[in-house]
Design a protein around this ligand. Structure first.
Ligand SMILES: Nc1nc2c(ncn2[C@@H]2O[C@H](COP(=O)(O)OP(=O)(O)O)[C@@H](O)[C@H]2O)c(=O)[nH]1
Ligand SMILES: [Mg+2]
Ligand SMILES: [Zn+2]
Length: 292
């Protein structure tokens, strides 16, 4: 019988495929190898359940090397109130690379138990209120907001990313407590070796929600962008772009720029705009270097 499923784990040439009712350890048809297709965790497949063989791999919506997963639907960008301080430039870069790869992103502000005032967490929400990106508050320590986060996750595959120490592993443990992952400071080289050999796995929760068990999400695609493309991924700029004097305005040094005017009037968040400028200027510098 043919059944649809998803590869949740690869082990020495075999693949664990999650079907509606159970998990089946499968082989892959030799034709994939011949066609140069290597099955990946995240692949949507059709299996012949009688022989436990993967017969078809559906076209991928995206694929990543770090983590080695395909078909990521959601990116949870984790920052912490402090310890470490939020790196919003990294948040913006991750949002951008998610959008380029058709991944929907949302921001998770963790460690709200450490906040001394509401203002300490609200300013991040303000930075992103016009971006279309949902912002959630949680504490992995006391569990605040974890159920809301569970509800926010759609059916599909979620991966978490963010600076080291923001609480990504703690968060995965909260969402999927059955199997605990190491939490704490990364203590140098010993662990790195182990990390590279360890294979990625999809943790299947209820309602077809899946999370990638290892955090990480490479800023794939951003380095391949043209600086003038970047603005297309800033929802908050859309209402203003057509009022800039120049077609193709990058909202940087051009005169009569409606985006810049909106920033100066306080209609658009200044920090988010300034980081946008840093991102396009960095891309521009990188491209110049490559040309030499
Ligand atoms: N106060 C507080 N500490 C937390 C919270 N979540 C995680 N931590 C701590 O932050 C440190 C780093 O967490 P970890 O999950 O390893 O972060 P990762 O590097 O992003 O995976 C650990 O000492 C955690 O106990 C939280 O909500 N509140
Ligand atoms: Mg971790
Ligand atoms: Zn402009």
């Amino acid at each position: 019988m043919m059944k649809k499923g998803i590869i949740i784990k690869g082990i020495g040439g075999f693949y664990d495929v999650k079907l509606d009712d159970d998990v089946l350890r499968c082989n892959a048809r030799g034709k994939f190898r011949k066609d140069g297709i290597i099955p990946m965790v995240g692949d949507k497949v059709e299996v012949n359940t009688k022989d436990a063989v993967i017969e078809t791999i559906m076209p991928r919506k995206n694929q990543f090397r770090r983590p080695l997963v395909s078909n990521i639907d959601y990116l949870g960008i984790v920052v912490s109130v402090n310890n470490p301080q939020p790196d919003l430039l990294l948040v913006d870069k991750l949002m951008l690379s998610a959008a380029v790869n058709s991944v929907e992103s949302f921001i998770i502000i963790n460690k709200i138990d450490l906040a001394e005032s509401q203002a300490e967490i609200e300013y991040i929400k303000d930075e992103y209120k016009l971006s279309g990106c949902t912002v959630l508050y949680i504490s992995c320590r006391d569990g605040t907001g974890v159920d809301e986060l569970k509800n926010e996750l759609g059916s599909g595959i979620t991966v978490f990313a963010g600076q080291s120490g923001v609480g990504k592993s703690s968060l995965i443990n909260r969402l999927y407590p059955c199997q605990t992952r190491e939490v704490g400071d990364i203590s140098a080289k010993g662990r790195r070796g182990r990390h590279t050999t360890r294979s990625v796995e999809l943790l299947v929760m209820s309602d077809k929600k899946m999370i990638v068990d290892t955090p990480g999400f490479s800023a794939l695609g951003v380095d391949l962008m043209l600086p003038q493309e970047v603005q297309n991924y800033y929802n908050e700029f859309i209402p203003y772009i057509c009022e800039c004097r120049y077609l193709g305005c990058m909202h940087n040094k051009e005169p009569d720029c409606a985006v810049k005017d909106a920033v100066n009037r306080g209609e658009l968040p200044k920090g988010r705009y300034e980081r946008y400028i840093r991102i396009i200027e960095t891309i521009d510098e990188e491209r110049r270097k490559q040309r030499w």
